[in-house]
Design a protein around this ligand. Sequence first.
Ligand SMILES: [Zn+2]
Length: 305
Amino acid sequence: MIGVPKICTQDNWRFTDHSRIYYFSWFLLFKIVKHESSLLETLAAIILRMIQFLLIMILGWMNGIFINYLSDVLPSHRKITVPTCPSCNRRIPIRSYLFWPRRCPSCGQARSIRVWVVELSAIVITLWLWYNPSPTLDFIFGYLLVTYLGTVFVIDIEHHLILHPVSIVGAVLCLGIGIGLRGFPKTLLGGLGGLGIMMVLYLFGILFSRSMMRWKKRDIEPEGMGFGDVILSGVLGLLLGWPGITFGLTLGIIAAGLFTALYLLIAMATRRYRSFGTIPYGPFLIIGAILPLFFRDELIAILGT
Ligand SMILES: [Zn+2]
């Protein structure tokens, strides 16, 4: 069969006997260059993806830094100001505060473990927001929501406090998101609904503790929610709209109930039960709002409705 023109099936090139080596060399060279260039392209794509990952990580870290900063200064100073040491009240230089050694130069007090937990959580959540884009909510709004809800979450756990200026900023953000998602009427109705439902529960709680006081004839610290929780529910109502907020609040209250039951069980099992004290409601309300907003499909799958 030597001398009969052959067809190279791969690229449809004709090979004759005398030029076979010549063409084949070109073919090989072409293959190598083609292969190498695709390799370069893959490498470039990987590097670009790594840079993107790093940038999103930094964006998340910045969010964590900001949440920590707000949680440090707002409860004690009630305004945006220079961070001070919680133990000696002296100013902490920005470099030491933000990066290293993260201690007060005067008394040596280190920043709390919360700083690390919040920064790590913010990085993970921001990466998750970027790589699992919500079909309804843009990344930037999810990112801003993390700042607002994260700040409320941390301050409520540490101080049992939901600050009104934070709620006002949150209300503006959630009003904007709500209008974008479902228009003004349903958003406003959600806000009023959240405010109204929690207001009733709040007044009921006050009545309950007053009657307990009369019954036991001693002062009882009011348990459960405060007025900040009522405001927060209104803000979350703007975010979830009507009737979404009823579902969000129900989830939040169930989560708080489950947590309280678990807490009581552990306290009884370890015999460390003294007084029940108050649990901050804010974090549970936030969890109740986030679940239907970001995990709607998963919730539907679990609840089957
Ligand atoms: Zn100090």
